[in-house]
Write a protein that binds this ligand. Structure first.
Ligand SMILES: [Mg+2]
Length: 256
């Protein structure tokens, strides 16, 4: 039991692995708990993925609770974008987009990196390999829509040459952040955009002191994509997965 929980004004959750199992929509039990929380407090969801991932994992499951969307704040791509629900639609409050020149430069750097190490795309790919998400450029070795089993098998296999590609990219793109987040992808974003940055944006745009926030995530360990929130001084709770998160919310609800 956390005696201060009733004092918190903003509940911040990671999405993938925290509110929903990896790459899947939130389940019915989570929807119930999460919507009960939305009735009592503002809730922000911050994930590494972009908006379509939020739609698939979060918004589709919540659609019968649209009346509560006013207290739901979305921070896709680690807070590079912020959306809130106003007058029946999701409005972009800000989006720190890469410029067209920056995006072209990044795409060209991938092509050079592939040539440098004589990398060839697999014969069969599923959807786009280099995707321009505006706020980030993502390389998916097997394509965006590759089945999860194939991505699992790819990671660490002899075909997985992401680290070689990254080492070349770093030379060409020193001014950008280059990350290897998933099982088969590379993300290039503006430098300094991580979930810690996202928490800072919440403070700035919502006017809520970080002391009045609490963060729940499954990757708060060293090197995890939730770890950067710690530098903001936000209270954090580490979970192993959605089942842990459900227990937490159920424990909090009577105190709010
Ligand atoms: Mg996660």
């Amino acid at each position: 039991m956390n005696p201060e929980i009733s004092q918190k004004e903003l509940f911040v959750f990671d999405l993938d692995g925290t509110l929903a199992r990896s790459k899947t929509p939130m389940d019915a039990e989570m929807v119930e708990l999460f919507s009960s929380l939305l009735q009592k407090r503002n809730v922000a969801v911050i994930g590494g993925g972009w908006l379509p991932v939020f739609e698939m994992q979060l918004l589709v499951s919540l659609k019968s609770h649209e009346s509560l969307f006013g207290s739901l704040l979305l921070f896709p791509t680690s807070g590079a974008t912020f959306l809130r629900y106003e007058k029946g639609e999701w409005k972009t409050m800000y989006a720190h987009q890469l410029s067209l020149d920056e995006r072209d430069k990044i795409k060209a750097a991938f092509v050079k990196a592939f040539q440098d190490i004589d990398y060839h795309h697999p014969e069969k790919t599923y959807g786009e390999v280099i995707e321009d998400r505006g706020t980030q450029i993502t390389f998916s070795a097997l394509g965006q829509q590759a089945p999860i089993e194939l991505k699992d098998a790819y990671k660490g296999s002899p075909q997985d040459r992401r680290w070689e590609i990254v080492s070349r990219l770093k030379e060409y793109l020193p001014e950008f952040e280059i990350k290897v987040p998933g099982k088969s992808s590379i993300d290039v974003t503006m430098k300094g955009i991580d979930k810690g940055y996202g928490i800072g944006e919440m403070e700035k745009h919502l006017g809520i002191d970080v002391g009045k926030m609490i963060f729940v995530g499954d990757a708060l360990y060293e090197g995890g994509n939730d770890e950067p929130v710690k530098r903001t001084g936000i209270d954090t709770i580490a979970v192993e997965g959605p089942e842990d998160t459900k227990r937490l919310i159920a424990e909090w609800l009577p105190q709010l």
